[in-house]
Design a protein around this ligand. Structure first.
Ligand code: 2AM
Length: 196
């Protein structure tokens, strides 16, 4: 099955982003806007994963979740990958987010899955283009957007059903979830905090 690992923003952050992007969505029906109920932050795209690899991967992801703390993130403004992908920026605990993504990718590699070696770029994809499109005006229109902070407290393994979603896109089905229960980096080993 086709899988990816992601963080899912809460309804309040999704609603805020829906409101912030309403104008540009209406003005640019030529773009393929991702459905808000499927918005997510991809940490690792795994592609087709066999049953045996998935069984190996699942406990590894569970262990990774115990080593990372919940993150406070927010969305702001927009950016693009060339003339193909429009996204909103992720701000806040971006360094811990990068460490979490690296850990998830390492878990996938240890489960013998091929993961992308491109550097991780924190983003949430808002739209894709049908053909090469100048996305600069849309990016500019979203420049002033600055969302509230929200907590990412759970890691999700998500199945993507190609062609089964709204408008012929993919349908996303979370199949496993783990709370992020690690300590923030630099926090003491014990809660007592006595000098040694
Ligand atoms: P993105 O939108 O955050 O870039 C499920 O397909 C998710 O995996 C997509 O939303 C996409 O996340 C991400 N992804 C990353 N690399 C991909 C690839 N090569 N093919 C399809 N999806 C990919």
């Amino acid at each position: 099955m086709r899988l990816f690992v992601a963080l899912t923003p809460p309804a309040v952050a999704v609603e805020e982003l829906v409101a912030a992007t309403g104008g540009v969505r209406a003005e640019h029906p030529e773009l393929r806007w991702t459905p808000p109920e499927q918005w997510h932050l991809t940490l690792a795209f795994l592609g087709e994963v066999g049953d045996r690899e998935r069984e190996d991967l699942v406990p590894r992801l569970g262990r990774a979740a115990t080593r990372h703390p919940p993150l406070t993130l927010s969305f702001a403004s927009a950016g693009r990958f060339g003339d193909r992908v429009l996204w909103t920026r992720v701000r806040g605990d971006v360094d811990p987010l990068r460490r979490l993504a690296a850990s998830v990718q390492a878990a996938a590699r240890r489960a013998r899955l091929a993961v992308e070696t491109r550097p991780y770029r924190p983003h949430l994809t808002l739209a894709r283009t049908r053909e090469a499109t100048d996305l600069r005006p849309v990016v500019e229109a979203l420049e002033g957007f600055s969302g509230q902070g929200w907590e990412a407290a759970e890691l999700h393994l998500v199945r993507s059903h190609l062609g089964a979603g709204p408008g012929g896109g993919a349908r996303h089905e979370p199949i496993e979830g783990w709370p992020l229960t690690g300590r923030p980096q630099g926090s003491p080993e014990t809660s007592a905090g006595w000098p040694r």
